[in-house]
Design a protein around this ligand. Sequence first.
Ligand code: SDX
Length: 418
Amino acid sequence: MTAKLILEGKEYDLPTLRGTENELAIDISKLRAQTGAVTYDPGYGNTGSCQSAITFIDGEAGILRYRGYPIEELAGKVPFTHVAYLLIHGELPNAEQAAAWSESLRGNSLVHEGLLNFFDHFPVTAHPMNILAGMISSMSSFYPADSTDDAHIQQNILRLIGQVKTLAAFSYKKSVGEPLIYPRNDLSYCANFLRMMFATPCGEYEVSKTMEDALDMLLVLHADHEQNCSTSTVRMVSSSEANIYASVSAGVNALWGPLHGGANQAVLEMLQRIEADSGDYKKYVEMAKDKNSGFRLMGFGHRVYKNFDPRAKLLKKAADAVLDELGVSDPLLDIAKSLEEVALNDSFFVERKLYPNVDFYSGVIYRALGIPTDMFTVLFSIGRMPGWIAHWMEMRNDPDGRIHRPRQIYTGATLRHP
Ligand code: SDX
């Protein structure tokens, strides 16, 4: 099927293509050569940057699938490390593959000792996302990272997934002035992280199964989300054949923004602000509707989901279950639920199809697990790591891949002379 374009009286036939879920795209890859015109799509809301087989989202129906598996059948049911394998290799691991994969990840959990003194040169007030981005970028100085060498790449994938949780826990320990707790090879991915975060050399630390399972589910829910801002950043950087560490570090920086992954921290701070303001959540819903207030309901709205974010639905249920199992009662969860109820019955939000997104409830669970607020987006990065890697690999293995270089519409001064 072709699309017909009529431009300045001339007709052009543009090819079209359909994805496996029947999404229709107009192929404009030859548009400028044919017509001299470019398209204009600030924020790329209508632009497909690539063809990808990793994750499918249907924003209208609220569907999210990793390699065809519905998120509801993975989160809390399939271990995060197996989901990481699925995203990167395309299939869930069999028992043998899973054992070898977990063993390799555990064997790559130690951070290069040469990196450790970098922690001491960040001010103690440094945001852990700043530390994480810097550390991941620096890994390319400690490990061979030639992006054309398959052996290097496979090893660096294990290092990134294995070490990101260690870097995160180490940055937390440094921020609270406690000794670093090293990973152990007899613990699961999530148990290792929780122990590195909360154990001290002064005694044994028993990882709570409830906390371990809750964290595993959270990481699965954050593992990938097709061409979101940070993943598109990873793809953009990797399109110049920059190494995997440089590409992922750029993704961490993009995720940090409060409109993206940084929203989970902003949601918690918003809920605390409402709580401190005598819990008057209706006042904040009104503020969010007033363009001049400069206030947004953080954790609400999404570029793609114009229905419930399926992750938010799962997280809302999990928040109740986890806090109940941990015997935690958090007034912020009640405020969040009240905000959601008021917003979803308010025409401003309904007309704009603004629903809770993945960041709206996740912070309440992180808080119940004892994770400090400024570490929430770091946890998002740990979850998103396999997704970033899967897209980096897909870009690298694309025979038609080329450097990303968008065009523009120039609006500056025309020719003039000094
Ligand atoms: C993530 O892309 C992904 O997949 C991201 C992510 C992933 O897994 O990678 O899902 C993770 O980043 C989730 C989003 C987290 N961000 C937030 O919760 C921040 C709050 N949300 C918004 O800033 C906003 O909704 C965005 C950034 C998420 C989406 O921005 P868009 O698509 O550019 O929407 P927009 O700003 O054009 O808003 C459309 C309208 C505007 O009003 P009008 O101009 O039409 O009158 O809705 C309004 C906006 O003012 N609006 C909001 C709002 N979000 C949008 N008004 C109040 N509160 C909000 N949260």
